[in-house]
Design a protein around this ligand. Structure first.
Ligand SMILES: [Fe+2]
Length: 241
């Protein structure tokens, strides 16, 4: 009994980064591929990114806050946030660009989910089990993790949203954030992800950073005349607005 799970999140339509991760793990036999949400917005490859997951039956995907906003626009609803025009344009451009089959797929995704891997229950959340918009960092109070561990029906809780990788074991619950595949903010633009292994020996988690062709993302932004600020953001790996 050995299960190997690729843990991805916060891809933000950065298909070149997703492909770099795929190439890096190509020699691994993967039982599942988890995606903690935010498939879309801020890079120009939402269709390629969604298509990649649609083609993988062993993927376990949920929605993130950017995906929920794109769906809101597609339903003709107003977008209250973000207010900054250079952010809003990325959401509207994504909504207009998504092919119908990819929009349909996005609509099928839940806000959170759980599945069983061998003897272990794994919960997948964008923020946390209680709040899809919650942001947790390695420095977040241990008491918050203790609350989330209390009566947890999952031995492993996988979360995204903060774009900061961590792995903690609190009160026998394993908390994993893989970091962001497509939009890291720590000054290192390389893609961040994790590999989770469940075996008789126990649970093991390893984080990775892999380089990807950032200029392919910059070219996509230029081609579609999207704000320059995002080219800089991807190049330096920092949040700029
Ligand atoms: Fe995100």
């Amino acid at each position: 009994m050995q299960k190997k799970i690729l843990v991805l999140g916060d891809i933000h339509a950065n298909y070149p980064a997703l492909k770099a991760v795929e190439d890096y793990v190509s020699s691994c036999r993967l039982d599942w591929i988890i995606n903690t949400g935010d498939l879309t917005v801020y890079s120009t490859f939402p269709n390629e990114t969604i298509q990649w997951f649609r083609e993988r039956e062993n993927s376990v995907c949920i929605l993130g806050n950017t995906d929920r906003k794109v769906l809101r626009i597609s339903r003709g609803k107003r977008l209250k946030k973000p207010r900054k025009s250079e952010k809003r344009v990325m959401y509207f451009w994504t909504s207009e660009t998504l092919l119908p089959e990819n929009l349909s797929y996005l609509k099928t995704l839940p806000r959170q989910t759980g599945f069983t891997a061998g003897p272990v229950r794994i919960g997948v959340f964008h923020g946390t089990v209680q709040d899809p918009d919650e942001l947790l960092f390695p420095s977040s109070p241990e008491s918050r993790f203790e609350e989330l561990a209390e009566d947890s029906s999952y031995q492993i809780q996988v979360m995204g949203n903060s774009h900061v990788p961590y792995y903690k074991i609190i009160n026998k619950v394993h908390f994993i954030n893989p970091g962001s595949v497509g939009r890291m903010f720590d000054g290192d633009p390389r893609a961040s992800f994790a590999v989770l292994e469940i075996s008789r020996a126990g649970i093991a988690v390893e984080h990775f950073r892999v380089p990807y062709p950032v200029e392919a993302v910059v070219e996509g932004l230029k081609k579609h005349r999207l704000p320059d600020i995002y080219a800089k953001m991807f190049r330096i790996g920092k949040k700029l607005n």
